[in-house]
Design a protein around this ligand. Structure first.
Ligand code: AMP
Ligand code: ZN
Length: 141
């Protein structure tokens, strides 16, 4: 897609630090390197976000993530864990609108990655939880 920075990276119009490439995906270093080895995995097909995948493309793209994760684990013996992050739409901090999965190696509790989940569980009754689950369930195609 025209004016998409990640399409330009796939087409080598913009340089990148390549990690892995095949007919379906491209993986390259995120320029910010939040932690050493911070990598982005992107489909070669331009799609905007998670809402844009059909089952087939999702199977192809996401099935290739574990082997890249494993290669990072081998490459960095001091790596203690890995966060996978996938931001979708501006509200969720997406800034490049070509779908991508962040693979962020973790080395110490004090490294530069932060993600917190506030526990709001006490605000939801069992009835509320059932209703919420059902409302999603009813929309699954
Ligand atoms: P997000 O905020 O989830 O949409 O992530 C977009 C990511 O793309 C950010 O972490 C940027 O650092 C990264 N990024 C943007 N431009 C480039 C580039 N030319 N090469 C590598 N990473 C990039
Ligand atoms: Zn694109």
């Amino acid at each position: 897609m025209e004016n998409c920075i990640f399409c330009k990276i796939i087409n080598k119009e913009i340089p990148s630090y390549s990690v892995y490439e095949d007919e379906d995906i491209y993986a390259f270093l995120d320029i910010t390197q939040t932690t050493k080895g911070h990598t982005l995995v992107i489909p070669k097909k331009h799609i905007t976000d998670i809402f844009d995948y059909d089952d087939e493309l999702a199977a192809v793209v996401f099935s290739k993530v574990p082997k890249i994760a494993r290669s990072m684990e081998k490459a960095f013996p001091d790596m203690q864990g890995l966060n996978m992050v996938n931001n979708n739409k501006e509200m969720a901090y997406q800034s490049v609108f070509h779908s991508h999965i962040h693979l962020i190696p973790r080395y110490t509790k004090k490294d530069d990655f932060a993600l917190t989940f506030k526990d709001n569980g006490k605000k939801y009754t069992s009835e509320m939880m059932t209703k919420i689950a059902k409302s999603i369930q009813e929309e699954i195609e």
